[in-house]
Design a binder for this molecule. Structure first.
Ligand code: NAP
Length: 285
């Protein structure tokens, strides 16, 4: 695929963790719109913003990401994760540009033992996953040119995430209970941002594809916590517990590891090992 030269990439949800990582890696000519700059739920605002700023590509990282709260706030979750996609699709179609939309491993029910590929059947368990799947479906039915990027277990030096929570708890406790029966692939958001940068440099005109991106290595949350403490030289112990003993009623997939064969072969994206990605993030914390 040839290079996409004169790029003016719009990143929505720019104050989120992936948004901030994109700010670190994309050219300064890009447009970084926080929720305050651009509320993607307002069709009028979205169309006006696109008309005024004329982006050459839109990467939508804006999302309702509170998995537990989504069970009580389903209207909000659907509004931001699904309905708002109609506005972005309309605006991208109007400008004849590609919408790169970020989605999640929570579109799967987790019952498969092996890694999930892009062709596997979806079956979200909770409202968050259902609203994100509804968003994917809107993009697939409305956008003239789109790339949906599913990712999983995202962490970074920014915002709220598992790595930062574990480090905070390690300051307060000698032992932390962490579930050991949910399996997946962690993703350092900076590496996802670099992958998106590489992809955005290609000519994406007319693309209609779905991809998976995460780090390599299928692990449990308990193993993730142990490695965070090991790399930080902390003595904090991890007590492995079962999901049923964790204080949350929100259903989560027990396996959500991804196959990355498609993104590797189509875009030549290299997938880092999860421990190596974690060590680069911990250097920033
Ligand atoms: N975090 C994960 O573990 C994970 C895993 C799989 C997939 N993903 C997906 O990856 C993407 C990026 O996630 P993230 O971790 O960077 O999420 P994040 O840190 O929660 O960032 C999401 C951003 O979207 C903004 N936002 C919410 N509603 C908006 C609206 N109506 N208009 C414009 N912006 C709005 C939020 O602003 P406020 O802060 O003001 O609300 C926040 O800055 C999302 O699509 C998410 O579903 C994340």
């Amino acid at each position: 695929m040839p290079n996409n030269s004169c790029s003016r990439i719009l990143v929505t949800g720019a104050n989120g963790q992936l948004g901030q990582c994109l700010k670190d890696v994309l050219a300064s000519s890009s447009l970084f719109a926080s929720r305050q700059d651009l509320d993607i739920t307002s069709q009028e605002e979205v169309l006006r913003y696109f008309k005024n700023h004329k982006p050459s590509l839109c990467i939508n990282t804006a999302a309702y990401t509170q998995v537990d709260l989504a069970e009580e706030e389903s209207d909000q979750a659907y509004l931001i994760n699904a309905e708002a996609l109609k506005n972005l699709c309309l605006a991208c179609n109007e400008l004849n540009i590609t919408l790169v939309h970020i989605s999640t491993d929570y579109v799967f029910d987790g019952k498969k033992d092996e890694a999930y590929s892009e062709d596997d059947l979806v079956g979200p368990l909770g409202i968050y996953g259902k609203s994100k799947l509804a968003g994917e479906e809107i993009v697939q039915s409305m956008a003239n040119s789109y790339l949906i990027m599913r990712t999983s277990w995202v962490y970074s030096e920014y915002g709220k995430n598992f790595v930062k929570t574990m480090l905070r708890l390690a300051n307060q406790k000698d032992e932390i209970s962490v579930v050991h029966d949910q399996w997946g692939n962690p993703t350092y958001a900076k590496d996802l941002a670099l992958a998106l940068k590489k992809i955005s440099e290609k000519n994406l005109e007319g693309i209609k594809e779905l991809y998976h991106y995460s780090h390599d290595g299928k692990i449990s949350w308990a193993q993730f916590a142990e490695e965070i403490f090991r790399q930080k030289g902390l003595k904090t112990k991890v007590r492995p517990i079962e999901t049923k003993d964790f204080p949350s009623n929100t259903p989560r997939p027990s396996n959500s590891s991804f196959s990355k064969d498609k993104i590797k072969s189509d875009f030549g994206i290299k997938i880092p090992d999860w421990k190596e990605g974690l060590s680069r993030c911990l250097e920033c914390l």
